[in-house]
Design a binder for this molecule. Structure first.
Ligand SMILES: NC(=O)c1ccc[n+]([C@@H]2O[C@H](COP(=O)([O-])OP(=O)(O)OC[C@H]3O[C@@H](n4cnc5c(N)ncnc54)[C@H](OP(=O)(O)O)[C@@H]3O)[C@@H](O)[C@H]2O)c1
Length: 349
């Protein structure tokens, strides 16, 4: 494995990371795509053996079960100091408990300790905010995060999906107050979702912030032909309005997925490998977070590192893209309602 520096930090990470969102015991996980501990552990072992040292989870993935499974597997198969663990805070953890969600000082201080306990470690490498919390002053959140770093509970800070202006403001406040700075931005980016090329990715490039890409395969849509039934897969579990958005771009997506299939066939590799290799062309992308559910899917992620697409292949993949809504970074409920209302057919759902 060839390791890279994470953005402008001195931290070495593999250029592919394992997303542990799909790990979760059945009583807390997703009914379609969660893998229980017995099925998850061999994937962690396989990833480590392939040289992957970068693992992503969140407190809310399967209500803590993902952190528990990942923590136990890493403790068994790796030396803690040889792996890089990222986890997140923001979404509700205990139904009916208002302080179990959001980014207040209280929530952050409680949730970092809960994450460390579940992961079985005394520090995480990157502690991330899963989204913004518009109901908490940004300064309160950023100062609490700084204190988490100063207490030695996190080595670095990261953020995930928000508007670029919000991220620029947060970076500015951190700098102004001398607080620990976000070193990563975890973002929704793939061949079917390229809206971040407009503002967020250039901002990250300019600020030296590493991008970790979530849903790099559009939850599996980029791993199969456009019309292939996806029943029982992650791709089939898009929410209702995400599905509407998806269908609004069906012509464009059909052509992109068609070009992907042709290039994969010409090179004799899987579609997933080509889709991941395309992400690597962008120097701001540090690592895709692969939500692998099988051994073959991990092999694909590692094999993608050996593929360098030509400019002509990239052009064929990129040309059919049409701009689309991207609601993934919206944390304000009123803004979200406005977006939903603008989607034809949403009202009839
Ligand atoms: N920050 C955030 O807000 C956020 C949001 C979402 C995810 N994430 C992170 O990103 C990670 C990945 O998200 P994702 O699961 O949506 O990513 P993804 O890589 O786009 O989708 C993964 C799914 O694609 C399917 N697939 C088919 N062939 C594959 C192949 N060769 N390799 C890998 N997957 C293949 C699998 O589902 P089937 O086998 O069912 O087809 C797999 O579960 C998560 O685990 C999490 O760590 C973060």
């Amino acid at each position: 494995m060839r390791y890279i520096k994470l953005g402008r930090t001195g931290l070495d990470v593999s250029p592919v990371a394992i997303g542990a969102m799909t790990y979760g015991e059945p009583d807390r996980g997703h009914p379609v795509w969660s893998l229980d501990e017995e099925s998850s552990r061999p994937l962690v072992k396989q990833a480590l053996e392939a040289g992957i040292n970068f693992f992503d989870t969140a407190n809310m993935y399967s209500y803590g079960s993902s952190e528990e499974i990942l923590g136990r597997a890493l403790a068994e198969y790796a030396n803690r100091d040889d792996v890089v663990i990222t986890t997140k805070v923001r979404h509700p953890m205990r139904p009916g408990s208002p302080n179990s969600s959001g980014l207040s000082r209280k929530a952050i201080m409680t949730e970092i300790d809960n994450s460390l306990r579940r992961l079985g470690t005394d520090y995480v490498d990157v502690y991330m905010i899963h989204r913004l919390d518009p109901a908490t002053p940004l300064e309160e959140t950023l100062e609490a995060l700084n204190d988490v770093v100063k207490a030695g509970k996190a080595r670095y800070l990261g953020a995930s999906s928000m508007h670029a202006w919000q991220f620029a403001k947060a970076l500015h406040l951190q700098e102004r107050h001398g607080w620990a700075r976000f070193v990563t931005m975890q973002d929704h980016y793939n061949l079917l979702a390229r809206e971040e090329e407009r503002e967020m990715l250039p901002l990250c490039a300019d600020e030296g912030v590493a991008t970790m890409v979530w849903s790099p395969l559009a939850r599996g849509r980029l791993a199969r032909p456009f019309d292939q039934a996806a029943t029982g897969t992650r791709a089939a579990t898009y929410g209702a309005y995400a599905d509407l958005l998806y269908r609004a771009n069906a012509d464009s997506d059909r052509q992109i997925i068609g070009a992907l299939g042709t290039i994969a066939e010409q090179r004799g590799v899987s579609r997933a490998q080509i889709a991941l290799a395309w992400l690597r062309r962008n120097p701001v992308v540090a690592a895709p977070l692969v939500g692998a559910r099988t051994a073959q899917q991990i092999d694909d992620a590692v094999a993608s590192l050996d593929i360098d697409l030509t400019d002509e292949e990239a052009r064929r993949l990129e040309a059919p893209y049409t701009p689309r809504h991207d609601f993934q970074g919206v944390s304000d409920e009123r803004e979200m309602e406005r977006i939903k209302a603008s989607i034809p057919g949403y009202a009839n759902l």
